[in-house]
Design a protein around this ligand. Structure first.
Ligand code: NAD
Length: 519
C-alpha cells in the first residue's frame, strides 16, 4: 500500500517510546502499521521478573506520591490537560498507525483523557476529603471516613481505544494516590506509552506509571498477583479469567466487557437523525466500539423506509487508508480480526441470513479492511445472532409492538449499551428504562452517556462488573479507613453499676438515637 506514514512517526520516536518497556529476556513482538502490514517497531516483551520489578518500582514511587498534598498531585493533571490538547495530532498519528482506525475517530479518542482530567480535577478534592460522621455515642464519639489509595493498580487495556482505556482509566487512580502498572495490547502499545511520557512531562514522578508488554495469558497472571486492584477492559471471556484470579487473591476489580448492543427506533423518531445515528452506531471506529450497535429494531410500518435510506447512506460511505480526515471508515485492527468478522458474516449467510449490502473484505484497500455490512434474517442459531462480532456488521429486525422490541432487545446475555430513538422523549425514556443495560442513550448512540463523566458508566449482566466515571470511577481505587474516636469511656456498664439498670438505660438510649438528628 502506498500510504504516507505521518511525519511525526519516526523510527527514533518509536524507539524512544518502546524503550520504557522492560524486557530482560530481549524478546520482542513485531508491532505493525495496520494500513500496510509493515513492521513499525520491535516491542519488548516483559518476563514475570520484569513485571515484579515494575511493581516494586511503582510501589516505591507510590509511597512518596501518596504523601504529597492532593493539590500538588492535581497540579500535575492541570498541566497534563493542556499538554494532551497541544499534542493531540501526534497522539492521533500514533493511534492511527497502530489501530488502523480513521482519523476522525482517532482525534476523538484523544479527547477522552482530557475530559476525564477535567471532570476529576473538579470532583477529586471533594471525593478525597475526609468525611466526619457521628459516632455511636452522641457528642462523645466521632467516626471519620478517610480515603486511602489502594497501592499499585494493574490496568489491562484492549486495542480498540488504546489511548482512552490505557490512560483515562489511570487518571482517577493516580489522583487518588496510586501507582500504575499498565499492560496495553501488544498491537496498540504506542499511544499509551506516549500518554505516559506526556504525564511525566507534566510532572508525574518517574517510576510511578509503569508499562509491561506481552501476550495477555503470559503477562496477566503475574500482573494480577502483584496488583492491589485490577482495572480490566476487554472481552467477556477474558474478563471472566481476570475476575476469577482477582477473586482468588481477594482484591477488587472492575471489568468493562463486551456488548451486543440494541437500537430501538420508535414510530415517531426523526429518521434524518436516526439514519445518521445508525451509520455511526454500526460503522463508527469500523464497528469496534464496545458500545456500538449490532442489532437494530424498526417498527414494521417504517422498516422499508429506514432500510432504503440506511442502505443508501451506507453505500455512500468512503472507506479508505489515509492519515487525513477524508475517510468515513477505516480499517479493522488486524487481518486476524478481519477473519473473525468475515467468519461471522459467512456463518450467518450459510444459515440463511441475507447480505443487504457489504459483506466482503477489501484487500485492495489494505490487509484488514472489511466493508460496512447490513444483514437481514439473522437468528439466534447464527454466531452473530448472539455473540459480539465487533466489526462493521449490523442486523436489521422489524417489530410489531414496543413490548416485542423491548423483549428482543433484552434477549441477550450482554447489557452494556442501548440506543432508543423517538420524537416523544419522555416516552423514549420510559422505553429505555425497560432495557437491561448499564448505558441507555435516547436519541443518540453512545457518546452522550460515555461523555457524561459525572455519571458511572459500566455494563450489567455479562457486560461487566463495576463502572468507570462518576464518583465510583475514582472511589473504586481507594480503601475506606474508618477512623473512630471515643472521647471518654462511656460505653458498657460502669464499674459496680447494676446490669439491669444499665440495660434499661442502654435500650432507652437506642430509642433516643433514632430520633436525634445526629447520624
Ligand atoms: P481481549 O479480552 O482479548 O483483550 C483485552 C486485553 O486483555 C488485552 O490487553 C489482552 O492482551 C489482555 N488479555 C487477553 N487474555 C488475557 C489473560 N488471560 N490475562 C490477562 N490479560 C489478558 O479483548 P480485545 O479483543 O482486545 O478487545 C475487544 C473487546 O473489548 C470487545 O469485547 C469489546 O467489547 C471490549 N471492550 C469493552 C469496553 C468497555 O468499556 N466495556 C471498552 C473497549 C473494549
Amino acid at each position: 500500500m502506498s500510504v504516507q506514514r505521518p511525519a511525526s512517526v519516526t523510527d527514533a520516536f518509536l524507539q524512544e517510546l518502546v524503550s520504557r518497556v522492560p524486557s530482560t529476556s530481549g524478546g520482542t513482538w513485531k508491532l505493525t502499521e495496520v494500513y500496510t502490514g509493515e513492521v513499525l517497531v520491535e516491542l519488548p516483551q516483559s518476563t514475570p521478573a520484569d513485571i515484579g520489578h515494575a511493581f516494586a518500582a511503582a510501589r516505591t514511587a507510590q509511597v512518596e506520591w501518596a504523601a504529597r498534598p492532593l493539590a500538588d498531585r492535581l497540579a500535575v493533571f492541570k498541566r497534563a490537560h493542556a499538554l494532551f490538547i497541544d499534542n493531540a495530532q501526534t497522539t492521533t498519528d500514533l493511534i492511527q498507525v497502530e489501530s488502523g482506525k480513521n482519523r476522525r475517530m482517532a482525534i476523538e479518542e484523544t479527547c477522552d483523557p482530557v475530559m476525564v482530567m477535567s471532570h476529576y480535577l473538579k470532583r477529586a478534592p471533594r471525593l478525597l476529603a475526609p468525611v466526619k460522621r457521628g459516632g455511636p455515642v452522641p457528642f462523645l464519639s466521632t467516626s471519620t471516613e478517610i480515603r486511602q489509595p489502594k497501592g499499585v493498580v494493574g490496568i489491562i487495556a484492549p486495542w480498540n481505544f488504546p489511548f482512552a482505556t490505557g490512560i483515562s482509566d489511570s487518571i482517577s487512580a493516580l489522583m487518588a494516590g496510586n501507582g500504575i502498572v499498565l499492560k496495553p495490547d501488544n498491537k496498540t502499545a504506542l499511544s499509551p506509552l506516549y500518554g505516559i511520557s506526556m504525564l511525566e512531562e507534566a510532572g508525574l514522578p518517574k517510576g510511578l506509571f509503569q508499562v509491561v508488554c506481552g501476550e495477555g495469558p503470559d503477562v496477566g497472571p503475574t500482573l494480577i498477583d502483584n496488583a492491589n486492584y485490577v482495572m480490566f477492559t476487554g472481552s467477556t471471556a477474558t474478563g471472566r479469567v481476570i475476575g476469577e484470579r482477582a477473586g482468588r487473591n481477594l482484591i477488587g476489580c472492575c471489568l468493562e466487557l463486551g456488548g451486543k448492543n440494541p437500537m430501538i427506533v420508535l414510530e415517531d423518531a426523526n429518521f434524518d437523525e436516526v439514519v445518521q445515528g445508525a451509520l455511526f452506531g454500526a460503522f463508527g471506529n469500523t464497528g469496534q466500539i464496545c458500545m456500538h450497535i449490532e442489532r437494530m429494531y424498526l417498527p414494521r410500518s417504517r422498516y422499508e423506509e429506514f432500510k432504503t435510506r440506511f442502505v443508501a447512506a451506507t453505500e455512500a460511505l468512503n472507506l479508505g487508508a489515509s492519515y487525513d480526515f477524508g475517510p468515513d471508515v477505516g480499517s479493522l485492527v488486524s487481518p486476524e480480526h478481519k477473519e473473525r468478522v468475515q467468519s461471522h458474516v459467512e456463518d450467518a449467510v450459510a444459515k440463511g441470513a441475507t447480505v443487504v449490502t457489504g459483506g466482503k473484505a477489501r484487500p485492495d484497500l489494505g490487509p484488514a479492511f472489511f466493508e460496512p455490512t447490513i444483514l437481514e434474517g439473522v437468528t439466534k442459531e447464527m454466531i452473530s445472532g448472539t455473540l459480539e462480532t465487533f466489526g462493521p456488521v449490523v442486523a436489521l429486525y422489524a417489530y410489531d409492538t414496543v413490548d416485542e422490541a423491548v423483549a428482543l432487545a433484552n434477549d441477550t446475555d450482554y447489557g452494556l449499551n442501548a440506543s432508543v430513538w423517538g420524537g416523544d422523549v419522555k416516552n423514549a425514556c420510559l422505553v429505555g428504562r425497560r432495557i437491561e443495560s448499564g448505558n441507555v442513550n435516547v436519541n443518540d448512540i453512545l457518546a452522550t452517556a460515555f461523555a457524561s463523566k459525572g455519571t458511572p458508566s459500566g455494563g450489567v449482566k455479562q457486560s461487566g462488573v463495576g463502572a468507570r466515571h462518576g464518583d465510583q470511577g475514582l472511589l473504586k481505587y481507594t480503601d475506606v479507613q474508618n477512623l473512630a474516636v471515643l472521647k471518654k469511656q462511656v460505653m458498657g456498664a460502669r464499674p459496680g453499676q447494676d446490669y439491669d439498670a444499665y440495660v434499661k438505660s442502654m435500650l432507652s438510649g437506642l430509642k433516643m438515637m433514632r430520633k436525634t438528628r445526629i447520624r
